[in-house]
Design a protein around this ligand. Sequence first.
Ligand code: C2E
Ligand code: CA
Ligand code: CA
Ligand code: CA
Length: 278
Amino acid sequence: INLFLVLILFIFSFLLGLKNTHQKTVKSMIEIGIRKKEFIPYYQPIINSLSGEIIGCETLLRWHKSNGDIIPPNAFIDIAEKNKQIYEITDLLIDQVTADISSLKGLDDQFYASINVLPRQLENQTFATKLLQKLSEHEMPNHRLAIEVTESTPFTDLKSAKSVMQRLIDNDISIKLDDAGTGFGGFSYLQQLPFNTLKIDKMFIDTIGTCDVKANILNAIITFGKKAKLTMIAEGVETLDQVEYLREQGVYLIQGFVYAKPMPFDELKTFINACKSN
Ligand code: C2E
Ligand code: CA
Ligand code: CA
Ligand code: CA
């Protein structure tokens, strides 16, 4: 039995070692990526399904490695957060997004680009200070930038988060609760923090037209959103049937492959012009 235990321990520490080595490798690769500015914003349009107009877009990080590989965020965000590299990556992203969006001409007044931040980033005034500085550097109107905060990791300091969020809102930057209903806080964050928009996660959109019990949750979220007078954006919408169902429920703002996938900035420009000429 002792031998067996030793063997188990050995395998366990071997696997743990492998995991640590993997994380260390990714960490140093991210460090190089930051230096070479390999983290690029992609943009996914958000469409009003009633008018067909583009009302804004979400910025989604892609890592363009020098060997041509494009790495999606889920492969590195967690590690970048753990190593506090996410701060530098977000700084890079904000730099590029403000440069990109401020270069667009003839935009609708409502048009905005949202960026994703982790709850922890919103607990620090430096974040707001830097962001407002970047916007004024690029002479980009503040309302053209919005923030999405996921509730899939928890806030640790609600009081600080609240004051940073209030400062951003006072400066015309709106704050959206991402992945609503999937994680921590949920409706309690909506009560305590000044969100004005709710992003309904793909997990719930996928239940449309099924008998899944989660379909009830979708309806509960929509009912809540209406009562609380929150703007709602449905995310991960892939079919026109889903668009139709959501429209019947009073949800018109749609982000999903049914209209467009996340795309590089050049393609976004083409997409916006195509929307205009329709
Ligand atoms: P998210 O914020 O919930 O972003 C939506 C995700 O759904 C994106 O995945 C998007 O490509 C995907 N999506 C949108 N419509 C559809 C659809 O119709 N079908 C399917 N199958 N997927 C759809 P992506 O780009 O891989 O990003 C994954 C997550 O990574 C994001 O989830 C967000 O939490 C995180 N992320 C992305 N960029 C950043 C960033 O700059 N900072 C931070 N902290 N997190 C980021
Ligand atoms: Ca998001
Ligand atoms: Ca989301
Ligand atoms: Ca999500």
